[in-house]
Each structure stands twice: as structure tokens, then as C-alpha cells.
Design a protein around this ligand. Structure first.
Ligand SMILES: [Zn+2]
Length: 106
């Protein structure tokens, strides 16, 4: 589906689907910044995710998309897309680090 791309999170799982979401945020100086975030569906990382799991299971069972299953797979993908959110690792990681630093863990 995506030409054999490997997941950047676990560096081992196949990327089954890529969702590009328009994404707006406010930067430190208060200006609105527009960009596009990629949400990857990884065969390993997302196997246990309730929204992505059915898609992962489909590819684990069938290997690739079969025409007779197009409707079923489209429903599973829509379910995932409806729940997918742009990743915000920078902000969350920064906040977690700040918290850890405050608690004297760093
Ligand atoms: Zn992964």
C-alpha cells in the first residue's frame, strides 16, 4: 500500500497506511502555524489499538487488499481515520520532561 515503508517508531513494523492531516498550532510567539501531520498505521505498534487493530488484523490475515473485501477494509480504515489524531510528541515529551525535572527525577 505504501511501498514497503518501515515504521519510524519501532523500526521494524510495516506501515500499512498513511493518513495526512492538516494541522494548525500556535507557536511560542503566538502565531498560527499550518502544516500537515502524518499519522502512520504500523503493523506492530498499532496492533493493540482499538481503532487501528482491525486494519492490522486484516493485513496479518490476508497480506494485501482483496477486491472482494474492499468494503470491509474501507469501513475499518474509516473507523481508524475518524479516531486518528495528529501526533504531538514534541509538546508532550517536553511537558513530561519538565515535570520529571520539577520532581527531581532528571
Ligand atoms: Zn511501529
Amino acid at each position: 500500500m505504501t511501498g514497503g515503508r518501515i515504521c519510524p517508531r519501532c523500526r521494524a513494523g510495516d506501515v500499512l497506511a498513511v493518513l495526512r492531516l492538516p494541522h494548525t498550532w500556535t507557536n511560542a510567539s503566538g502565531h498560527e502555524v499550518r502544516g500537515v501531520s502524518e499519522v502512520l498505521l504500523c503493523a506492530r505498534c498499532d496492533a493493540g489499538d482499538p481503532a487501528a487493530g482491525p486494519v492490522v488484523t486484516y493485513f496479518a490475515v490476508h497480506g494485501s487488499v482483496r477486491p472482494e473485501h474492499a468494503d470491509r477494509l474501507a469501513r475499518a480504515l474509516r473507523h481508524w481515520i475518524d479516531r486518528a489524531r495528529p501526533p504531538r510528541p514534541d509538546e508532550d515529551a517536553l511537558r513530561a520532561e519538565t515535570e520529571a525535572w520539577r520532581r527531581g527525577e532528571l
